[in-house]
Design a binder for this molecule. Structure first.
Ligand code: ZN
Length: 113
């Protein structure tokens, strides 16, 4: 359950940004999670709810945007979309994929008041 630790660091980021913006209350937190980030959004939402308790982020809505995983195939030279790190190239079936995107986990925006 590394989502709990992740949720705690998200709450810290939110708290710092809210303070920097002189916000009284955080209504929503927008997150971008790559398909290859190895994060379970439901577990993260649950962890966030409990990590936010007693902080400025308490009760904030978590808006999660999933981004697809992308890779470059060294076998056929295509840029492809992948669902997992151990995927095979959908064009040529090669396993020589270099992950190029979809591993990020970022707080992209806060809705505050
Ligand atoms: Zn290929």
């Amino acid at each position: 359950m590394h989502e709990v630790a992740l949720a705690q660091s998200i709450v810290e980021i939110v708290r710092d940004q809210a303070r920097a913006n002189h916000a009284d209350c955080v209504k929503a937190v927008f997150l971008r999670i790559g398909a290859l980030a190895n994060v379970e959004p439901e577990a993260l939402s649950f962890g966030f709810e409990s990590a936010a308790r007693g902080t400025i982020a308490e009760g904030a809505r978590l808006e999660i945007e999933r981004t697809p995983g992308s890779a470059f195939c060294a076998g056929c030279g295509s840029d492809v979309q992948v669902e997992s790190r151990v995927a095979l190239c959908p064009s040529c079936g090669s396993g020589q994929l270099l992950i190029t995107g979809g591993e990020e986990l970022r707080v992209t925006e806060l809705e505050v008041s």
